[in-house]
Design a protein around this ligand. Structure first.
Ligand SMILES: Nc1ncnc2c1ncn2[C@@H]1O[C@H](COP(=O)(O)OP(=O)(O)OP(=O)(O)O)[C@@H](O)[C@H]1O
Length: 253
């Protein structure tokens, strides 16, 4: 059974100028423990798929299921215990007036955890932050450290699935690899399933086993990382994306 299954998902937004069809008839399957990448140009609908899974898009049709349970219109606490999201911008995702202790403590209490002190220290250690970080505020942290705190918060309910929306693109290049390596280690240590959005093919090829290429709201191709590395994408848009990411010019004649 797939850990995440999506069938014929369409998501649209009704705005003043008319209707935006952000995701069109998308189907995908993610197995337990797998890391699944969504790539494609800006505006192709990648983040909208993650937002639809967590219940942040009001208008959608199709079917979505997580761990065999069909998702309805509302998500309950049990859902958020299973599925957590890490956003792109760790500056926006942490409340400036909440210390690390408060951020993690509140999340743990919300999900009914006991031994909160011990769990906070364990979460900090899991994301490579020492106990000294516990009483810091976001403005006292670097971008990479903030993203580590955001990841610790996502891990607090002991989820099965992490949805990662460009988790390193707001960070300095020098810390991007550190955070990606941390996420890889955490996946193996906690047996997590990932769906990761990125427009950087190097990032998804490092992180994911399967990659879906999106264009204009549709998935045009799903390929394995081996197929991608061997330059075997079938769809012309996937080939274009791959070639441009390698900075590599096709010879035309
Ligand atoms: N709340 C919203 N209201 C109206 N249109 C929206 C809304 N959210 C997203 N869209 C539109 O839906 C489309 C898909 O957006 P989405 O953010 O999913 O793309 P993306 O592939 O994740 O892009 P990026 O890589 O730039 O984040 C875009 O045309 C976007 O403008």
């Amino acid at each position: 059974m797939s850990h995440i299954s999506i069938d014929n998902l369409s998501v649209w937004f009704d705005i003043n100028e008319g209707r935006v069809d952000a995701v069109k008839n998308v189907s995908l399957r993610v197995n337990q423990g797998e890391s699944f990448g969504l790539v494609g140009e800006s505006g192709s609908g990648k983040s909208t798929i993650l937002r639809a899974i967590v219940g942040l898009t009001p208008t959608w049709s199709g079917a979505m299921a997580v761990a065999g349970e069909e998702l309805g219109r509302k998500r309950n606490r049990a859902f958020y215990k299973k599925v957590q999201m890490v956003f792109q911008d760790p500056y926006a995702s942490l409340h400036p007036r909440q210390s690390v202790d408060q951020v993690l403590g509140e999340t743990l209490k919300l999900h009914g955890a006991g031994d909160v002190d011990e769990r906070i220290e364990k979460l900090l250690a899991d994301v490579g932050l020492g106990p000294a970080f516990r009483f810091r505020y976001p403005h006292q942290l670097s971008g990479g450290q903030r993203q580590r705190v955001a990841i610790a918060r996502a891990l607090a309910p002991e989820p099965e699935i992490l949805l990662l929306d460009e988790p390193t693109s707001a960070l300095d290049v020098s810390v991007q690899a550190e955070i990606l390596n941390l996420l890889s280690d955490l996946r193996h240590e906690h047996n997590l399933t990932y769906v990761m959005v990125s427009h950087d093919l190097a990032v998804v090829s490092h992180m994911c086993e399967k990659i879906a290429v999106m264009q204009l709201g549709e998935i045009v191709e799903v390929m394995t990382v081996e197929e991608m590395r061997e330059m075997k994408p079938k769809h012309p848009y996937s080939r274009h994306l791959l070639e441009s990411s390698l900075g590599y010019k096709r010879r035309t004649g």
